[in-house]
Design a protein around this ligand. Structure first.
Ligand code: COA
Ligand code: AMP
Length: 684
């Protein structure tokens, strides 16, 4: 093997000489102004990558591939850039690079005509239709900062994001197609605008889909007529997407500083208030381009399918930006792994479109396994063109790994099943098996080794490294590599408190785990109050806030319990207000509906159990870790700080009386305040 492409030396160089490593990687990007400085670590806590470089991300994903000519000429102009497949409508639409560029430039022109300028925020609340990709790239073209909100979130979650980002524009659609129902988006946007405190939104653009009733809008007006003349904002103006682009001239790309924000993506913190992760332009382009080639082993002309949603970081990085940066073809899929129409949906697409790398969440594989345990659909398809099956979003549990490797891909021993670990905050993998560099042996239950750029450590509660095999807090030494978050939107204090305060010089991932003797990382779970439902990251704090709003509830605690398909489901313990009497089944139904209405259908409350009290510390903090342990059937020690031990005894008795406590899972950690929480591991 070529020494330069072996994992170890490359990893070492990335840490010892990051300037050399990332300046080489940066050569794959087209810069308007080449960076002369690679990283500015004056403030090590938020490194600025390529600080004097200038570029435009949409040029790097589109224009440069078109300018290089057709495939025959060495470019990508006539190659498929985006294949948009809807299992819900049965339609497939292919955009070549040239066609996608034309759509993006025209929509960017339409936004500019509506008064959107560089630095403005634009909320994108769309289902999985091509317009979502077009809208994101159009924002990148004019330097507007997009903030995509997952279509499954309910009005209060959308409103919280609108209030924080203060967008001038919202882009939505008449609706999204779910297997059980049609979700109309405009009423959700209207409800969110009613809830939001900000009056920043001047325009709402709606993409009308033929599956939904047509909405009549007045023709879009020139920008001066649309914009409010004073601070007293009028209600947002609603504009039809197709009418807006009808007369728009294509917009030229705007040259941006590498450190200018490309997007804000909100993710769950330990409280109900989402965190606005900010991504820059330059570091993001360099890191994603590098990861496509070196982690996923996907390059020009090859097909990558990240079966996620553009509302999540996986969708941002590996449906939209990553594949297009390297001139690959990406697939956008509206549908589910099962039931639309069957458990063969993924494998038919892989065969038909020659997918080289499929990226999905373990929960999707579990759903497929339940529907088709023998993987008969996969066996009927020709999957031989696949390089690998990548999983992330949650830990790839050994049982699912084994089924995927031995049953699903049993006929293809050369196609590895790769677990890799990352977060919204990092934007690209922290740990994985770097197939493009060197394919390492795969270990069940492990997300393999640290990816170049990430200095990983596992620390105990005192900040000391723990030996191999011992669980602790997984942290990343600063500075974070390019592409990782540069901060939280307009909230420096929260950025520091959430990630940097616990272990000086390190970023706290919020996950706990251990390294084995070979340097493979095993991620075991969150050490804070975040749970992962079907690969969706949700804070128990936001679910508690929804429940606490019910008239009958005095207080509550939400913990995660194991679910065969979705990994984790939320379970609530509730204490009633004094003197209130309720019918438990009715209360349960009302709380389930409340959580659905406040957060979204993606947060299905598994149960609500009425208890007489919740164990607390003397300072009034709910002892969530103890509650989790009891729920999991463990016998936790009574914490020294407990206010009233009899409350704990009563709760333990109540849980024991429940029919099936054994199904509950353990999660470690404690604390619901919005500061970093860490795992207390004994000092070795
Ligand atoms: N817009 C509106 N509603 C949405 C939605 C969206 N974008 N996505 C999900 N929902 C709704 C669903 O309609 C469903 O509503 P219902 O309770 O009224 O039926 C609810 O949210 C739950 O949806 P989902 O989590 O998709 O569960 P499911 O039972 O329909 O399907 C799986 C189960 C495992 C197939 C599905 O969860 C899945 O594919 N998960 C993979 C997730 C993933 O890829 N995550 C990204 C991580 S990389
Ligand atoms: P998100 O920010 O929504 O991508 O969620 C990130 C979180 O999901 C991580 O902090 C982990 O808790 C979990 N996660 C994602 N991928 C993995 C993985 N491969 N193994 C274990 N946990 C994972």
């Amino acid at each position: 093997m070529d020494h330069e492409h072996e994992y170890r030396p490359v990893y070492q160089t990335s840490l010892v000489d990051p300037d050399e490593f990332w300046s080489t990687a940066a050569q794959s990007i087209d810069w308007d102004v080449e960076p002369t400085q690679i990283v500015d670590t004056t403030d090590k806590r938020s490194a600025r990558w390529f600080p004097d470089g200038r570029l435009n991300t949409s040029v790097n994903v589109l224009d440069r591939h078109v300018a290089a000519g057709t495939v025959a000429e060495g470019g990508r102009a006539d190659q498929a850039a985006l294949i948009s497949i809807s299992a819900m409508t049965g339609e497939t639409t292919v955009y070549t690079y040239e066609e996608l560029l034309a759509e993006v430039a025209r929509f960017a022109g339409a936004m500019r005509d509506l008064g959107v300028t560089t630095g403005d925020r634009v909320v994108i609340y769309l289902p999985m239709i091509a317009e979502a990709v077009i809208a994101m790239l159009a924002c990148a073209r004019i330097g507007a900062v997009h903030s995509v909100v997952f279509g499954g979130f309910a009005p209060p979650e959308l409103a919280a994001r609108i209030d924080d980002a203060e967008p001038v524009l919202i882009i939505t659609a008449s609706g999204g197609l779910e297997p059980t129902r049609r979700v109309e988006y405009p009423p959700i946007v209207m409800a969110a605008l009613d809830l939001a405190a900000t009056n920043s939104v001047r325009t709402v653009i709606v993409k009308q889909r033929p599956q939904f009733p047509t909405i009549e809008f007045p023709a879009p007006q020139p920008a001066t007529d649309v914009l409010p003349s004073s601070e007293q904002t009028i209600a947002a103006r609603w504009v039809d997407f197709d009418a807006a682009i009808a007369n728009a001239e294509p917009a030229e790309p705007v040259s941006l500083a590498a450190t200018d924000p490309l997007y804000i993506l909100y993710t769950s913190g330990t409280t109900g208030k989402p965190k606005g992760v900010v991504r820059d332009n330059g570091g993001h382009a360099v890191a994603l381009d590098w990861s496509m080639r070196n982690v996923y082993d996907v390059g020009p002309g090859q097909v990558m399918w990240a079966a996620s949603d553009v509302g999540w970081v996986v969708g941002h990085s590996y449906i939209v930006y990553g594949p297009l940066l390297v001139g690959a073809t990406t697939i956008l899929y509206e549908g589910k792994p099962v039931g639309t129409p069957d458990a063969g949906a993924f494998w038919r697409i892989v065969e038909e479109h020659g997918v080289r790398v499929l990226f999905t969440a373990p929960t999707a594989l579990r759903a497929i396994r339940r529907a088709d345990p023998e993987a008969s659909f996969a066996k009927r398809a020709d999957l031989s063109g696949m390089r690998a099956l990548f999983c992330a979003g949650e830990r790839l549990d050994p049982a699912t790994f084994q089924w995927a490797s031995e049953v699903l891909l049993g006929d293809y021993p050369d196609i590895p099943v790769i677990d890799h670990w990352w977060q919204t905050e990092t934007g690209w993998p922290i740990c994985g098996n770097p197939l493009g560099l060197q394919q390492l042996p795969v270990k069940s239950g492990s997300s393999s080794v640290p990816i170049p750029g990430y200095r990983l450590r596992v620390l105990d509660a005192n900040g000391n490294p723990v030996p191999a095999g011992v669980e602790g807090n997984i942290v990343i030494g600063l500075p974070l590599p390019p592409g990782a978050l540069t901060g939280l939107w307009r909230d420096r204090d929260r950025f520091v408190a959430s990630y940097l305060a616990a272990f000086p010089g390190h970023y706290l991932s919020g996950d706990s785990g251990y390294f084995d003797e070979d340097g493979y990382l095993f991620v075991l779970g969150r050490s804070d109050d975040v749970i992962n439902i079907a690969g969706h990251r949700i804070s128990t704090g936001s679910i508690e806030a929804a429940i606490a709003g019910h008239d009958a509830i005095a207080e509550c605690a939400v913990v995660g319990v194991a679910d065969d398909i979705k990994g984790t489901l939320p379970l609530a313990y509730v204490v009633l207000k004094q003197g209130v009497e309720v019918e438990p089944d009715q209360l349960r139904a009302e709380l389930i509906e409340r959580v659905r209405g406040q957060i979204g259908a993606i947060a299905p409350l598994s149960d609500a159990i009425i208890v007489t009290g919740l164990p607390k510390t003397r300072s009034g903090k709910i002892l969530r870790k103890t509650i989790r342990q009891l729920t999991a059937g463990e016998h936790p020690e009574t914490p020294a700080t407990i206010e009233d031990p009899s409350v704990l005894t009563a709760l333990a008795d109540r849980i024991l009386a429940l029919s099936n406590p054994g199904r509950f899972e353990t999660e470690s950690g404690a604390g619901s305040d919005d500061v970093a929480t860490t795992l207390g591991t004994p000092t070795p």
